[in-house]
Design a protein. Structure first.
Length: 348
């Protein structure tokens, strides 16, 4: 009987020891390399992007390990551009992020690592992002900015807020995250409309939606959406999908929430709609340029919530990523299709 092959896994960003142990326990066919001394310490829970200045000896060791890797847990933040040159034997890379398509294409990973599979973290961030959306809707419905401003001034003035019940929410990008947002919104008594690239054979109720539209139904959703959540990936098709004309279709006083990518919106048109009062507010976790430039008007607008691309980050993230990775490892070893494989054509 032929011995079954073994594989070297390299963990390329900080991971708590208990999760490393879970990965090691998946199979004796796996050699798991985790050297935290060669990784930057996390600045916050599930920090996968911090950089480290290694000594020459440490860098040589790191490059040696990359050269041995068959499987990579997460991108190497210190070698994002030249990783294909340093890890030419890579068979599979499991990302901690969902939106990796544009980077894979821009850096040429698809060409430079032709034998590698790329899997995303799709679904891992559904709950924290849905929490962020619910928080954002409540911020504007209940007038939180007014409450905070008056508290700072020690000013007592009663006012009437609004409610989410009976309002209409539009979700552009009704995937895993969108379904969780929709579930919470339905619980709050909202009518939920969804837009999805492929709708054939999909029951809207399975995504917690009252109505589901293909891309050509976007204008209908915009006309009705008192709250609009953007979760679509950045592709050629979705770039600047929301511009001045689309914003003008939305009801006066609507609120826009973007947790997808900054490139989905014409930011200049968005600022104009907010300044004119056509939009009552916006909660933005992503921007055309990140970090958001200091001179951006968005920083100082009282009807804008600026979040530093942290809506998805949670103290449960690494646990969920480990669950996904271990599940995929078992599939990989069994020769079964992996979950969340990046489609290099659609880029998600």
């Amino acid at each position: 009987m032929t011995d079954q092959p073994t594989y070297t896994i390299m963990i390329a960003s900080y991971l708590e020891p208990e999760y490393v142990a879970r990965i090691r326990a998946v199979s004796p066919r796996l050699r798991v390399v985790y050297e935290p001394d060669l990784l930057a310490p996390p600045r916050y829970h599930a920090d996968h992007y911090n950089l480290i200045a290694r000594t020459p000896a440490q860098e040589a060791r790191w490059r040696e390990l990359l050269g041995q890797a068959d499987i990579l847990f997460d991108f190497d933040p210190t070698h994002r551009e030249d990783l294909p040159d340093l890890a030419p034997n890579l068979r599979w890379l499991q990302s901690s992020s969902a939106g990796i398509g544009q980077f894979i294409r821009r850096a040429g990973y698809d060409r430079r690592l032709p034998n590698a599979i790329f899997t995303t973290g799709s679904g891992v961030h559904a709950r924290p992002l849905a929490d962020f959306c619910l928080m954002s809707m409540l911020v504007f419905a209940k007038g939180l900015n007014r409450i905070v401003a008056n508290q700072r001034r020690k000013h007592w003035e009663r006012y009437a807020g609004s409610e989410l019940g009976g309002r209409t929410l539009g979700i552009v990008g009704a995937g895993k995250v969108g379904a969780e947002v929709a579930r919470m919104a339905q619980f709050m008594g909202m009518t939920v409309l969804g837009v999805k690239r492929n709708v054939a054979g999909i029951d809207p109720a399975a995504l917690h939606l009252h109505e589901l539209y293909a891309r050509n139904g976007l204008r209908e959703v915009l006309r009705r959406a008192e709250y609009l959540v953007l979760i679509a990936p950045h592709t050629d098709e979705t770039e600047h999908m929301i511009g001045a004309a689309e914003l003008a279709l939305m009801p006066a006083g609507a609120v826009l929430i973007n947790i997808g990518r900054g490139a989905l919106i014409d930011e200049i048109a968005l600022i104009a709609a907010l300044q004119s009062g056509h939009l009552a507010g916006a909660a933005l976790d992503v921007f055309a340029e990140e970090p958001l430039p200091q001179d951006s008007p968005l920083w100082d607008m009282p009807n804008v919530l600026v979040s530093p691309h942290s809506g998805s980050t949670s103290d449960h993230e690494n646990e969920r990523l480990t669950d996904l990775f271990c599940q995929n490892l078992r599939r990989f070893l069994a020769g079964e299709p992996l979950l969340n494989v990046l489609n290099l054509e659609t880029l998600y």
